[in-house]
Design a protein around this ligand. Structure first.
Ligand SMILES: Nc1nc2c([nH]c(=O)n2[C@H]2C[C@H](O)[C@@H](COP(=O)(O)OP(=O)(O)OP(=O)(O)O)O2)c(=O)[nH]1
Length: 159
């Protein structure tokens, strides 16, 4: 009897593991930088619309990598769709993995962008704006970005 009970328990555990899969969304995002008026760096930040999930939170422009795309290629496409620019994608600055409380997980690669062609145009966001790096913690960012924006503000992550 004891043995059977133990097996049932094990099976139950396995079932739970199957019932709660975490599909990781592979995401790319850009730190688009420009020199600010005082010579310090400014970065472009974007606020999600009121009718989007995680509404009105701030984030960096970007989105999910589609099947068959490389990360840089996906980011170039997203920046064109969202902001109407043709960006030159620079180096990978950092990579963040975060489990959201609703069960979704994201794996985000952040690339530096210092140069782009075309005029910045807000095509999908509530608003976009330039912020000094040290001011980033004043904005209500998506949870996955919090560690990184504090590192940027404190100069621990170099751009
Ligand atoms: N673009 C971007 N997405 C981010 C950041 N931080 C963060 O957690 N994310 C998450 C939000 C989304 O779940 C996902 C990006 O997906 P998306 O931009 O293609 O699509 P979406 O907001 O409609 O999200 P979804 O509901 O389809 O998952 O990554 C960030 O700084 N920039």
């Amino acid at each position: 009897m004891k043995k059977k009970a133990a097996i049932r328990k094990l099976d139950g555990k396995r079932e739970n593991a199957v019932r709660l899969p975490r599909t990781v969304r592979l995401v790319v995002a850009a730190l688009i930088l420009r020199p600010g008026p005082d010579g310090a760096e400014e970065v472009l930040i974007c606020q999600r619309k009121a009718d989007q999930p995680m509404s009105l939170k701030w984030e960096f422009p970007g989105g999910k990598i589609e099947a068959g795309e490389g990360p840089e290629e996906a980011l170039r496409r997203e920046l064109n769709e969202e902001l109407g620019i043709h960006a030159e994608i620079g180096p990978l600055l950092t990579r963040v993995r975060h489990n959201y409380r609703n069960g979704g997980a994201v794996d985000i690669q952040f690339f530096r962008v210092r140069s782009f062609a075309g005029e910045l145009e807000n095509r999908i966001f509530q608003q976009i704006r330039w912020s000094g790096l040290e001011a980033l913690p004043e904005y209500d960012f998506l949870a996955a970005d919090l560690g990184m924006i504090h590192d940027l503000a404190e100069g621990k992550l170099k751009v």
